[in-house]
Write a protein that binds this ligand. Structure first.
Ligand code: DO4
Ligand code: MG
Length: 289
């Protein structure tokens, strides 16, 4: 079962539904923001009580975030991410220190309206030479700080901008098309997230040019430690998405090209596929209603 946001030809308003076996059951909420205003046991009951009303082929799936929801991300939570950043940066110690520190690295990634959906393009900055996808397990958290489900996130990043100076992190991480989320939230009551395979594949002109796999078992911190820091000094009245960091980083000689197809899949959670474009002009669709 997955929880999705969709739009149909017969109704321009986005709706929230449960999908199971290709059949949708629309939920009685105005948006994901309203669903995440409920406790997890109420959400589970709502999903169980929902009545089938249409099939997947009749609708367009949207990014599963709306209202005042925000996407945040954790960093340097896997050894591979620490080592890759030590290699690319002149200021190595910040990454070594944060990997072991009590306080995790958390950063703001995107408001709901800037998130791109499965199938839409992801972006690279026109002023950045070294760009990578970051395949990550993302947590969907309700306003009560409970993890209600899981998504696939691609935390697109400029390695050259971040590598030049860690203070450029916001520019390396936040730009048009930098945040992609899979369509369906896999409910937390259906999946154990402790050892899920995460796979990244990059395809160019039909041929695989990079492929790697890791597991959520490699993450250094408990997931609830990350959500506790997210809610420590800020309220998230519409809930939030927290991406948990990457365990796969291609070698420094790997360069993403326009036209590459990035596929991230996480066992039992879902798949996210996005072609690569360069520059902000491709993302006007996010800013026009
Ligand atoms: O420290 C910079 C960002 C790290 C990150 O995004 C990751 O480890 O996934
Ligand atoms: Mg990341």
């Amino acid at each position: 079962m997955h929880i999705v946001r969709y739009r149909s030809d017969s109704d321009p308003r986005p709706r929230i539904a449960v999908v199971d076996g290709g059949v949708l059951s629309t939920l009685p909420v105005a948006g994901m923001f309203e669903l995440l205003n409920h406790r997890i046991e109420d959400i589970e009951r709502m999903c169980a009580d929902a009545v089938p009303d249409r099939v997947l082929g009749e609708v367009r799936l949207l990014a599963p975030v709306d209202g005042a929801m925000e996407v945040w991300a954790a960093g340097v939570t896997y050894l591979r991410s620490r080592d890759a950043r030590v290699e690319e940066s002149d200021l190595k110690t910040v990454y070594e220190l944060v990997y072991d520190a009590e306080r995790p690295e958390l950063f703001f990634k995107s408001p709901a309206w800037r998130v791109v959906a499965d199938g839409e393009p992801v972006g690279i900055r026109s002023d950045s030479e070294l760009n990578v996808p970051e395949p990550e397990l993302a947590l969907v958290v309700n306003r009560f700080e409970e993890i209600v489900g899981y998504l696939v996130c691609n935390d697109m990043s400029s390695r050259s901008v971040e590598g030049e100076n860690p203070l450029y992190l916001p520019q390396a991480k936040m730009y048009a098309g930098a945040c992609a989320l899979s369509s369906g939230i896999r409910p937390a009551w259906e999946v154990d997230p402790s050892d899920l395979a995460i796979r990244l594949t990059v395809t160019r002109e039909g041929a695989v040019i990079w492929d790697g796999t890791t597991s959520t078992r490699q993450i250094r911190r408990p997931l609830t430690e990350l959500t506790a820091y997210l809610f420590h000094s800020e309220n998230h009245p519409h809930g939030a998405v927290l991406s948990t960091g990457t365990g796969l980083v291609p070698e420094l000689d790997f360069l993403l090209h326009v036209g590459d197809l990035i596929t991230v899949s996480i066992d039992e959670v879902g798949e996210l596929r996005n072609p690569v474009v360069a520059g902000k002009d491709h993302f006007r669709f996010l800013t026009t209603p």
